[in-house]
Write a protein that binds this ligand. Sequence first.
Ligand SMILES: Nc1ncnc2c1ncn2[C@@H]1O[C@H](COP(=O)(O)OP(=O)(O)OP(=O)(O)O)[C@@H](O)[C@H]1O
Length: 287
Amino acid sequence: MKLTITNVSKRYGNSTIGLKDFSITMQSGILGLLGPNGAGKSTLLKMIATVSTPTEGLICLNKNNIIKDPNYMRRQLGFLPQDFGVYPNLNAIEFLKYMAAIKGVGGVNMNERINKLLEGLNLMEAAKKPIGSYSGGMKQRVGIVQALLNNPKVLIFDEPTVGLDPEERVRFRNLISELANDSIVILSSHIVSDIDTIADKVAIMKNGSLITHGNQEDIINRIRGNVFETIIPKPDLNAFKLEHTVVSTARKKGQLAVRYLSDEPIANSVPKEANLEDAYLYLTKIN
Ligand SMILES: Nc1ncnc2c1ncn2[C@@H]1O[C@H](COP(=O)(O)OP(=O)(O)OP(=O)(O)O)[C@@H](O)[C@H]1O
């Protein structure tokens, strides 16, 4: 499996640019797509999923141009869009059978597969209740199941953990790690902790552009040695922010513990081990 995205841009109307000259190549494994709101993550994922088409550029799966031949991608694709809608009157099993029919997959094993997936996502108990009565997290899990129905080789999840509670987030991460074997998995998020434990590679986007792409370690290495923590009085925070890139703050004995990035740390700072969150905040701030 090889997905090649070359110089892809997307314009909405005359003035809005959703994606700018985006290029990336990926093979089997998990790619975490990180970026703040409006970065272009959904715009990119929809084009890979052949739901929309680029204004410019080329997207190929195993050398097949999927803009010209979208069915080549669709046959191997599982997609959970950000605004995934369900039919509230159907129960999960009815809905999933319907989705399987739309995808043109079925056969004698489909019921078994649906049951297995429902079990894996802890939905068996509610499987015969109307989806309209489900919590947001349960609906999201139905969306994850429908993406997996056809045993996809390319799996795209747009903000899959929205609405999931912490336990469900962990279960989702485990499931994705199991599925990733020989598939291409792309998942987007603006939350670093959704991605850092499972993604082999990370792409960071902002304002429609790719800021960086690579192994987590290489991205983190860029700021290694530049992460510090210090304690400051609360009223000093705004002035401090003018001089340094603040990653996070926490209250500490009436003052503020500030985690920040700097080439020249202030006195009384303690060096800290850099992580992906630091790198993400730094790179999206300076770019
Ligand atoms: N259908 C559309 N029509 C016009 N502009 C759009 C459309 N879809 C996205 N955009 C614009 O394109 C840019 C990228 O949006 P996109 O939804 O791809 O970002 P995102 O990274 O997925 O963010 P979010 O998590 O908020 O959805 C934004 O400026 C957005 O307003």
